[in-house]
Design a protein around this ligand. Structure first.
Ligand SMILES: [Zn+2]
Length: 228
């Protein structure tokens, strides 16, 4: 009827129905009510204090690495408690192939590249590194001496075989011609790695390390380091 129609229309305008929930949209924002920031900071504290593994992952995310978190590795006596597969470092330097390592080791690798490899590449080659060529990362095996498990067995080590750059040919780790910029670069990145890693072995150390830089974070008494 003519009377009923305007009435129904008016009623709808005064009490518009709530819009249906939109599954394609996130839940209504929580921030305006002040609850969300409080909850976030509580989670943050719990992460830092009670869950060092999660805190490490969070730091890698903030650093801007390209990585995937992986489930813990346990293979006989070999293990990685908080493994990540790293495919690129913060400035976009590729890790090739993507390498499995303990989260805390990945942080060390970032430090070495940022504090040592990038500046030395600029100094000796007027260039920038674009790729880190990795031989072995995680591998369940003994040390070459055979005495104990290698740090590779704990995801606490990588073997760097070479580097690629934006403005010059790749560099393969080996005994470099004496007095060359390659020798100066390689010697610097090897020597300065000792401030970050507890074991650094490279060409000249022994026959096993003639073609790569072995970097690891083995924990020893009194912070003893091996740097050869
Ligand atoms: Zn090694």
């Amino acid at each position: 009827m003519a009377v009923a129609l305007p009435g129904a229309g008016a009623s709808q305008e005064q009490n518009p129905p709530l819009p249906p929930p939109r599954p394609d949209r996130p839940a209504p924002p929580e921030k305006p009510d002040g609850k969300s920031p409080v909850r976030e900071s509580a989670e943050q504290n719990a992460t830092d204090a009670g869950d060092p593994a999660a805190a490490c992952i969070e730091r890698l995310t903030k650093l801007g690495l390209r990585f995937e978190k992986r489930p813990p590795v346990q293979e006989n006596a070999c293990r990685i408690g908080n493994p990540v597969s790293v495919s690129a470092l913060p400035t976009g330097i590729e890790v090739s192939p993507a390498s499995l390592m303990e989260c805390s080791f990945a942080e060390g690798l970032v430090r070495w590249v940022n504090e040592v490899v990038i500046p030395r590449t600029g100094e000796h080659f007027q260039s920038a590194p674009t790729k880190l060529l990795i031989g072995t990362s995680y591998q369940c095996r003994d040390q070459r001496s055979g005495a104990k498990l290698s740090e590779h067995a704990f995801g606490n080590s990588v073997d760097v075989m070479g580097f690629e750059f934006d403005k010059r040919p790749p560099l393969t780790v080996r005994v470099q011609p004496e007095g060359s910029p390659e020798a100066a670069f390689q010697s610097a990145v090897q020597k300065e790695a000792c401030a970050i890693f507890s074991t650094v072995l490279g060409p000249g150390a022994d026959d096993d390390h003639d073609d790569h830089l072995h970097l690891d974070m083995r924990v020893r008494k009194a912070d003893y380091r091996i740097c050869q």
